[in-house]
Design a protein around this ligand. Structure first.
Ligand SMILES: O=C(O)CCC(=O)C(=O)O
Length: 272
């Protein structure tokens, strides 16, 4: 899964790049099955609120699980997959760390979008192009079910953000939406967008649920030792490449690198 020079250029200049078919049918089916399992077991939480940022919404749902890797060995294994590491290191630099993983699930009809924001409003890294989200379309992501929208060429300036009244913890900004692009993706395709790129999803107006699985990666030069220290119970930050990388052993107490294919086979019960 080598990114083409045009794809790399798109990320560096415009702040994002879509990669169709990044995950194959078996991998996509495994992710769908595992996220359905997490939902079935009640691990996803509705973060939607009734406009005041506090009162839980009754009619709308923005279901999330963050981090998800503790509940899913498949989700834990994915960032160690060689093709993921190759793509991410090509985009943001040779020494990379997993910052965060997160599921966003929008049930049919009641599913609510996530308001415009720049990830760097949360993370505040000095060079926004040296951090990237990898947003995986777990199901086909369309205009009707609220796929991702991005504002190209807008990653350099951090916009003012305020609390989003429709979520119990999100912040939001107000970019020039007339410049936004809507990125439709088939299931298994991914969208890389840097920490500076304004992005948002819409409501799911269809009958079927739609999920996105987002990972955030950082180039080592955007972190310091405090980034790896305490206060992050349940959110390990595994070093994926470079001299301090241990294949996940240091962060998880088990070698995770090399387990992606086995995890995919297990999650689909060997049915594919
Ligand atoms: O899927 C969504 O609703 C939002 C995803 C997102 O904001 C992100 O991955 O940073």
């Amino acid at each position: 899964m080598k990114l083409s020079p045009t794809q790399i250029e798109s990320f560096r200049r415009r702040g994002y790049v879509a990669v169709p078919g990044f995950f194959n049918a078996a991998e996509t089916a495994a992710l769908q099955a595992d996220i359905a399992r997490l939902k079935r077991n009640g691990f996803l939480r509705n973060v939607a609120t009734a406009g005041d940022g506090k009162t839980p919404a009754t009619a709308k749902q923005n279901l999330q699980l963050c981090p998800a890797n503790f509940y899913s060995t498949l989700i834990r294994a994915l960032p160690f997959a060689p093709k993921v590491i190759e793509a991410v290191t090509t985009l943001i630099g040779p020494v990379v760390t997993l910052h965060l993983d997160q599921i966003f699930l929008k049930p049919g009809k009641t599913g609510m979008g996530t308001a415009w924001h720049q990830d760097n409003a949360y993370f505040k890294i000095p060079k926004p192009l040296r951090g990237t989200a990898m947003w995986i379309a777990i199901h086909d992501a369309t205009v009707a079910n609220g796929t991702m929208r991005v504002v190209p060429d807008a990653w350099e300036t951090l916009l003012p953000h305020e609390r989003d009244g429709n979520s119990d913890h999100h912040i939001r900004c107000f970019p020039d939406e007339s410049k936004a692009e809507t990125v439709e993706l088939k299931a298994g395709s991914v969208l890389f967008f840097c920490y500076g790129t304004p992005h948002a999803t819409g409501d799911n107006t269809t009958d079927k649920e739609r999920a996105g699985l987002a990972y955030h990666f950082l180039c080592d030069d955007q972190t310091d030792e405090s980034f790896y220290e305490g206060g992050r119970i349940g959110n390990p930050r595994p070093r994926l490449t470079g001299p301090k990388a241990t294949g996940g052993f240091e962060e998880y107490g088990a070698v995770i690198a090399g387990t992606w294919e086995t995890e995919v086979a297990r999650a689909t019960g060997g049915k594919l």
